[in-house]
Design a protein around this ligand. Structure first.
Ligand SMILES: Cc1cc2nc3c(=O)[nH]c(=O)nc-3n(C[C@H](O)[C@H](O)[C@H](O)COP(=O)(O)OP(=O)(O)OC[C@H]3O[C@@H](n4cnc5c(N)ncnc54)[C@H](O)[C@@H]3O)c2cc1C
Length: 440
């Protein structure tokens, strides 16, 4: 059993252990490069994942490698940063030891930046049917399912089975659901055009289900309306005020007002929200910290766990409030700003100086709704249409980690833009759509 990183048995410097090399953990570790500290960045994956473009991996527009950057590569020149491939499973906060699946490590400061996982609102059997989008494996599974559904449909003779195979329901009308629906509609309408002999892919039924009264509920109503119009133009059926009450291999049961309705559907994609990962819940149990209903730890204004000034929680794992007392959303800029904030606070502590509480600067948020169309806000201004899309594209290109990945994404986008083609249409370990079990 390891009790120390082998790199530093007689460590003189303070050791900061960061769990999670996502947006928050990466921003923090980068800012601690060359600090007089020993930094151990550990992640259960060996790469940083750029989640905002996962929907393009799921719809064949980008290869998985273009949105993943090896953590070792990012820190190859940073002598004080040790990258560990390890899974954190628990914590002994009194002894300041972090338990790993295959050992443990002592820390002076611990930063929990372990993110979130898909939330099925306590209906774990739904996870057997509905495909979430959170990891590269999820994206590969969605891509395989979508492509397999068309393949199966091409050979299906039973009209009901055919209809189910060609029906795609996306649950959740937030940015991920909207982007996925738009991209899926483009796959059906443009990418697969002329490739099949018996079926017409453009006749696929794509449903976007949202419990609230409008999609993109976090954006101004005019932008939600514009996004809905664009999706409808692409052929997406947008069902608002629609609550999913059952998910089964045959499809969905939904409640709309007082009425319940069955929707036969062979492909259910889940974009309805996230909750804290199990390790974050373990940290809450070990420290006695309170959590919100998504399992996120309610942290102090300086992002420490109450009673434990040496433990920080940030990003999707933390429940933090803005100056109006509103919970901050689970988005990348919150995680990045919190990572940077913790680096400043640690440096201030090293100098023995006080540091003000965390304050989130909300620049805005953009979501794409298909080809050269996006909606969003920037410094409180509303943006839409191709200027919003161009800004979205530039921001995402700038934020992807690593020059090679930027180039890869740019090339794949350029190809897709000119040809409507999607180059990453690889099916791996695909499962037949659940409703097609009776296929002959
Ligand atoms: C499909 C999708 C699209 C999105 N689009 C946008 C968008 O357009 N704009 C936006 O701002 N936000 C978007 N988000 C949200 C954004 O990605 C998250 O808010 C952000 O990633 C949170 O950062 P984080 O550092 O808290 O966690 P993550 O970036 O999720 O990083 C967590 C890391 O912790 C690691 N980890 C987890 N558990 C353990 C463990 N036990 N041991 C070791 N390592 C562990 C994980 O492997 C991961 O690398 C999107 C999210 C998804 C899923």
């Amino acid at each position: 059993m390891l009790s120390r990183p082998p790199v530093d048995e007689k460590r003189a410097a303070m050791r900061v252990v960061i769990v999670g090399g996502g947006f928050g953990g990466l921003a923090l570790a980068r800012r601690l490069r060359r600090a007089p500290l020993e930094v151990v960045l550990l992640d259960r994956r060996n790469f940083h994942l750029f989640q905002p473009l996962l929907y393009q991996v799921a719809t064949g527009g980008l290869s998985a490698a273009s949105v993943c950057t090896p953590l070792r590569y990012v820190f190859r020149g940073a002598k004080n940063v040790h990258v560990w491939l390890a899974k954190a499973v628990g914590l002994d906060p009194r002894a300041r030891r972090l338990q790993l699946a295959d050992g443990e490590i002592a820390y002076d400061l611990l930063v929990v930046a372990a993110g979130s996982r898909p939330h099925f609102f306590g209906h774990s059997p739904w996870a057997q049917v509905a495909l979430p989008l959170k990891t590269v494996e999820d994206a590969a599974a969605i891509r395989s399912r979508v492509l397999a559904a068309f393949e199966q449909a091409e050979r299906e003779h039973d009209p009901e089975q055919l209809r189910a195979l060609m029906t795609f329901a996306i649950v959740g009308g937030g940015p991920t659901g909207v982007e996925l629906a738009g991209a899926l509609a483009e796959v059906a309408r443009y990418t697969l055009r002329r490739e099949f002999r018996r079926i017409e892919p453009s006749l696929a039924r794509i449903l976007l289900l949202e419990m609230a009264a409008r999609i993109l509920p976090g954006m101004p109503p005019t932008l939600s309306a514009r996004a809905e119009r664009t999706l409808r133009r692409l052929g997406v059926e947008v069902l608002t005020n629609t609550q999913v009450v059952e998910v089964s291999p045959a499809g969905l049961r939904v409640r709309r007002g007082v009425l319940e309705e069955e929707l036969a559907c062979g492909n259910v994609l889940w974009a309805a929200g996230v909750e804290a990962v199990p390790f974050v819940r373990a940290v809450a149990r070990a420290t006695g910290a309170a959590t919100d209903r998504w399992g996120r730890i309610l942290v102090n204004p300086d992002l420490t766990v109450p009673g434990f000034p040496e433990i920080f929680v940030l990003g999707d794992a933390a429940a933090t409030r803005d100056e109006n007392g509103q919970l901050l959303p689970a988005v990348a800029p919150v995680a990045v700003q919190q990572g940077r904030y913790v680096s400043q606070l640690i440096r201030a502590r090293l100098r023995g100086k006080p540091h003000p509480p965390f304050r989130y600067r909300d620049w805005g948020y953009l979501a794409t709704v298909g080809r050269h169309e996006a909606v969003g806000t920037l410094f409180g201004w509303k943006l839409w249409g191709w200027p919003a899309w161009l800004l979205w594209a530039l921001v995402h290109l700038a934020k992807i980690v690593g020059f090679a990945n930027r180039l890869l994404v740019l090339l794949q986008w350029a190809w897709a833009y000119l040809t409507f083609g999607r180059t990453a249409r690889v099916m791996v370990e695909w499962q037949p759509a659940p409703s097609s079990e009776g296929n002959s």
